[in-house]
Ligand binder design. Structure first.
Ligand SMILES: Cc1ncc(C[n+]2csc(CCOP(=O)(O)OP(=O)(O)O)c2C)c(N)n1
Length: 410
């Protein structure tokens, strides 16, 4: 056969560029409650349809409906709401601190709070989380001290990591939060390896690893899936699809051809695709995947569909590559508003209590910031000195590092 037309090279493009109206027509949003909830021992091959739809619990009136509606108490939901609100207040404060020159860098998670918070509240205390830089909500949901997190951001004298990690790259063993690895995709192989070790030891705790949709293009993502499937590792593989990987749209990572949840199908891994701005759906899907892993039915890949409302980081300017008001048109709304509306609708929260809660979390964040700043920030130069860069890396310092230390006069 001879080709008649010249070949065309396809370059994936975002649905809208700056100045154009936002266009989310590519995001199909099924009705809340419409997706079936299979048994936790379902064969991955029997639930492939769940990779192509979207599990949603909260409907347009913020009522919880359908088989995924999780049995949770109003107290637990209020706790989740508080953690989400505190996360947003924390992000606002730390972003401002960066603009004031108190730290070099910050990354916020606005619009994605429901995912890390719900996950933190649903996983067990001995389960292990392998996060990226946008899961500060996990630490906040687990009541990790804000002052400790802020000292890491300021790299000051109370920073337990001595300024050796970039700001926001926390490490909190007691919260089940593994030191963040800046090399994207490595979280997945680490999580799968940890989960395999848990099974080898006959332990009873699971791992959960996180990547963004952009990072599914990394080889590590695929290595991790291969091992997770072959050894039925007790692991949850989270793909936070927030539509953007810095300035690359989800289309560049392959989102035009298939969902990110569907990446699991070729490996025979169970996949769920979930409304990531619906805190109740997050709780329900996390619980399903955790119970499945604990019962030795293997890994689950969950695509959380969400939207990165803020810039990628304080070094990024999204007005260069996407419509300024795109978030306002995001069809899955704001996770905090949706959970608050649900609690108000069920009589578990009043509007007055919601505003009191807002004032309370802001005051808590402000007082933590004052304390953390008193231990030093970039502005006053009381930051971790570079003298310690040679320490705590090797048990015994290799000769080349000794030579370098001498050359640096330390
Ligand atoms: C291996 C590797 N490649 C590139 C980078 C630089 N980088 C940092 S964040 C980022 C975008 C990641 O996007 P995504 O995975 O979608 O996560 P998101 O930031 O949207 O949460 C890139 C390319 C990196 N840190 N590690």
């Amino acid at each position: 056969m001879t080709a008649t037309d010249p070949l065309r090279f396809h370059v994936p493009a975002p649905s809208a560029r700056p100045g154009e109206p936002p266009d989310f027509s590519y995001v199909a949003v099924p009705a809340a409650g419409a997706v079936r909830r299979p048994a936790i021992d379902a064969m991955a091959t029997d639930i492939r349809d769940l990779a192509d739809t979207m599990i949603r619990v909260l409907d347009d009136e913020a009522r919880a409906i359908g088989p995924w509606s999780p049995p949770t108490s109003p107290d637990d939901l209020r706790r989740g709401l508080r953690a989400m609100m505190k996360t947003r207040a924390y992000d606002d404060r730390m972003q401002r601190a960066q603009r004031q020159g108190k730290t070099s860098f910050y990354m916020r998670c606005t619009g994605e709070e429901a995912i890390a918070v719900g996950h933190a509240l649903e996983l067990g205390p001995r389960d292990m989380y392998f996060p990226t830089y946008r899961q500060q909500g996990w630490l906040i949901a687990r009541d990790w001290p804000l002052v400790d997190m802020m000292c890491q951001i300021f790299s000051n004298e109370k920073d337990r990591l001595h300024g050796r990690q970039m700001p926001v790259m926390y490490s909190a063993r007691a919260a089940g939060f593994v030191s963040i690895s800046g090399n994207l995709g490595t979280q997945y192989v680490q999580a799968v390896g940890w989960a395999m070790a848990s099974a080898i030891k006959g332990d009873t705790c699971i791992a959960s690893g996180v990547v963004g949709e952009g990072t599914t293009a990394e080889a590590d993502f695929h290595y991790a899936l291969t091992f997770a499937a072959a050894y039925r590792a007790p692991v949850i593989l989270n793909v936070v699809n927030n539509q953007w990987a810095i300035s690359s749209s989800q289309a560049v990572a392959g989102g035009e051809s298939a969902t990110f949840a569907a990446r699991a199908i070729g490996h025979g891994i169970a996949a769920l695709r979930v409304d990531g701005n619906d805190n109740l759906a997050v709780l329900a899907a996390t619980r399903w995947a955790r119970e499945r892993a604990l019962a030795n039915h293997g890994p689950t890949l969950i695509e959380w569909v969400t939207y990165r409302a803020g810039a990628h980081s304080t070094s990024d300017d999204p007005s260069k590559y996407r419509p300024a008001d795109e978030w306002k048109s995001w069809p899955l709304g704001d996770p905090i508003e949706r959970l608050a509306s649900h609690l108000i609708g069920t009589g578990s929260l009043s509007e007055l209590q919601q505003s009191e809660l807002q004032a309370e979390v802001e005051a808590e964040v402000m007082s933590a910031a004052r304390e953390a700043e008193s231990y030093g920030t970039l502005l006053d130069g009381r930051v971790a000195g570079f003298k310690s860069i040679f320490e705590d890396v090797f048990k015994e310092m290799p000769p080349h590092l000794m030579r370098q230390r001498e050359q640096a006069g330390l």
